[in-house]
Design a protein around this ligand. Structure first.
Ligand code: ATP
Ligand code: MG
Ligand code: MG
Length: 357
């Protein structure tokens, strides 16, 4: 029986382990936190830091192939594992996506447009960026940002550039042009070891306080735009020699431009609906890709809306449990805290359910 090593033990690792189990594939998690969501469902759990060399040796020894559930796997760890076993997605996808500057530069090199951007290492760089983009945009740390953390929005009036620069505390940053977007979408796509490419229908995403709250499928965009979003994902994955599932986030600007924001070299929150509305989930597609199994066209059989369950949203779970057409998926976390992702609910055929009250 095949065994997959998964670096990271959060909800994404948990859902990958569940998908693997359905195919009789074993999983071993590497995760420092003893009581983590993935350990509850994986076959084994190595409790150690992501850069613990002997733990990485142990993981490689027990597995045929290694993957990961988050993009901040230390580069050194990925290299150590790659010396022993195939590691998918490839290390290059990790290193490019770990830094917003290399990420946006790479997207542009692939012919995928992004917002304009300017590297900010000094206070003078920030002034230059503000001049370049008319004072409006977003200052972001280049590394380790997620859920909108490490970001400062500049509206063009009353902004405190000194305070924002000081808050960076020396971290390298990037300033991005402000995009007046009509909506945000994402494409979840997969590429196999043989180069096969498949893509889920784009989701339309709504964020609150920088955190994804709702994904709707289909996205309310033209067929041409759907096609262009899928083409962008294909360009990116083939340029990376990618193996596995990736999520590409895009802005549909009011002026009609389709601009990439960032990509995640892993399964993605905005693809969780696939488990309910498609013949294959993003999780199984990823497991298939990294194991060299055939990818299948992720045909979507239902329209849907996915709601993230964050912090106090847990109070709504009894109501969701009794809602027709709603698939509840919880991550096994005992304690809800503000901003903490506890689960998600995918409502199928939301229009019909609405009519039914
Ligand atoms: P994630 O949790 O998706 O990894 P993140 O912390 O990496 O988030 P981004 O995706 O870059 O951050 O930004 C978070 C959100 O902030 C975006 O989804 C979008 O709503 C808004 N945003 C980011 N950059 C811009 C921009 N240049 N113009 C307008 N809005 C932006
Ligand atoms: Mg991000
Ligand atoms: Mg994002």
């Amino acid at each position: 029986m095949k065994t997959i090593g998964i670096v990271g033990g959060g909800q994404l690792g948990r859902m990958l382990a569940m998908a693997a189990a359905r195919l009789s594939i074993r999983t071993v998690i590497l995760e420092p936190q003893a009581d983590c969501p993935a350990a509850q469902v994986a076959n084994a759990h190595i409790v150690a830091a992501y850069d613990d060399e002997s733990a990485l040796e142990e993981l490689a020894a027990h597995c045929n192939v290694i993957t990961y559930e988050f993009e901040n796997v230390p580069e050194k760890s990925a290299a150590q594992l790659a010396g022993k076993r195939p590691v998918y997605p490839p290390a290059r996808a990790l290193s490019i996506s770990q830094d917003r500057l290399t990420e946006k530069s790479f997207l542009n090199e692939c012919g995928i447009p992004t917002a304009g951007f300017h590297a900010v290492d000094t206070r003078a760089d920030l002034d230059a960026a503000l001049d370049l983009f008319g004072g409006r945009g977003v200052l972001k740390t280049r590394r380790f940002g997620y859920d909108g953390k490490g970001q400062w929005v500049f509206t063009g009036s009353g902004d405190d550039a000194d305070a924002a620069f000081a808050a960076l505390a020396g971290a390298p940053a990037i300033f991005e042009e402000w995009i007046d977007f009509e909506r945000e979408i994402s494409v979840i796509a997969a590429r196999g070891i043989d180069g096969a490419f498949v893509s889920f229908d784009p989701a339309e995403n709504e964020h609150r306080d920088g955190i994804l709250r709702i994904s709707r499928v289909p996205a309310r965009v033209s067929d041409e735009l759907v096609e262009n979003a899928k083409i962008a994902a294909e360009k990116l994955l083939s340029a990376l020699g990618y193996v596995g599932v990736a999520g590409l986030e895009l802005f549909v600007a009011r002026d009609g431009r389709l601009l990439a924001n960032e990509f995640a070299p892993r399964v993605h929150n905005s693809g969780h609906w696939s488990e309910a509305a498609c013949v294959i989930s993003q999780f199984e597609q990823h497991i298939r890709a990294v194991c060299g199994l055939p990818l299948i066209d992720p045909v979507r059989h239902s329209d849907c809306v996915m709601h993230n369950i964050i912090g106090d949203d847990m109070d709504d779970i009894p109501r969701w449990m009794a809602t027709p057409g709603a698939l509840v998926h919880l991550y096994g976390k005992d304690e809800s805290r503000p901003g903490r992702k506890m689960g998600h609910v995918t409502v199928l055929h939301p229009h019909e359910n609405h009519r039914n009250g």
